[in-house]
Ligand binder design. Sequence first.
Ligand code: ADP
Length: 315
Amino acid sequence: MTEGPVIAVRGLTKRFGSRTVVDGVDLEVSRGQIHGFLGPNGSGKTTTIRMLCGLLVPDAGEGTCLGLDIRRDAWAIKQRVGYMTQRFSLYEDLTIRENLDFVARLYALKDRRAQVDAALKRLGLTDRAGQLAGTLSGGWKQRLALAACILHRPDLLLLDEPTAGVDPKARREFWDEIHALAADGMTVLVSTHYMDEAERCHRIAYIAYGKLLAKGTVEEVIAGSGLSSWHVAGPERRIAELARTLNGAKGVEMVAPFGATLHVSGQDSAALDAAVAPYREEPGLRWERAEATLEDAFIHLMTGAADNFAGGGAA
Ligand code: ADP
């Protein structure tokens, strides 16, 4: 295994026709890290992942994955990466064991039986080894897909929305496994829409309209948004009214209800305080100054990017 970052790319750019869907992305991921890749649909996450593992050639940019050049050494990179695509791509009419055996043959693994047994055990699939993949629930399918990805013992896992549509318990277990793999030295880049998953990453990167807008630890990304927030709780009706009143008020950039609590945020904390001041003493309302959440920070980044994009990118 090479020293230095597992992924180190600069200026990664991909165009489809006249559209630039990945625009100058710089990314660095260290060994053993779980790196989250966040951003709205269509923002360029899959395209970036495919460039990293040699499946797509960038139009501009350069760098290395596992110490190998992403342009020149695509074949060698593919051998050492486990890539889990968004869609379940194993055979539904084969059993779990048959699927894994098939993948083991593709990689021409030695000691196939032992390797398949080890993967079954690792992912808790041994008791179900004879079950047809097509009859598995979403969570078990994802486990099988993960088992198939790690069968050839890759150094890097690229997981593209691995838990989309999977129930919360299965998601949590899947993430426990990702952490266990990382603790064993595996590096993981994982795209997700779920905030709780983003919070389980060592580092995150946020992309919108093909541009990387923020990166760092969760705390750094929240701090970097520069947002101040208030949370206010009260009777549902009043909270709904207040949401309408505050939406668009000077100093208020975001108003988001969470059950009976409203999150109100903005970058200019003095203007934000002035906007909420008239309602601070209102009986029945409980105000609390709060830390901005990761979701607040992402909504803020996405709104700013959308404004920029609509404005022709003028910053
Ligand atoms: P994400 O993974 O963040 O949802 P993608 O990387 O899949 O985003 O897609 C980014 C944009 O590029 C989308 O608008 C998508 O429609 C477009 N796109 C992806 N692949 C192709 C392709 N092969 N040809 C043309 N457009 C594509």
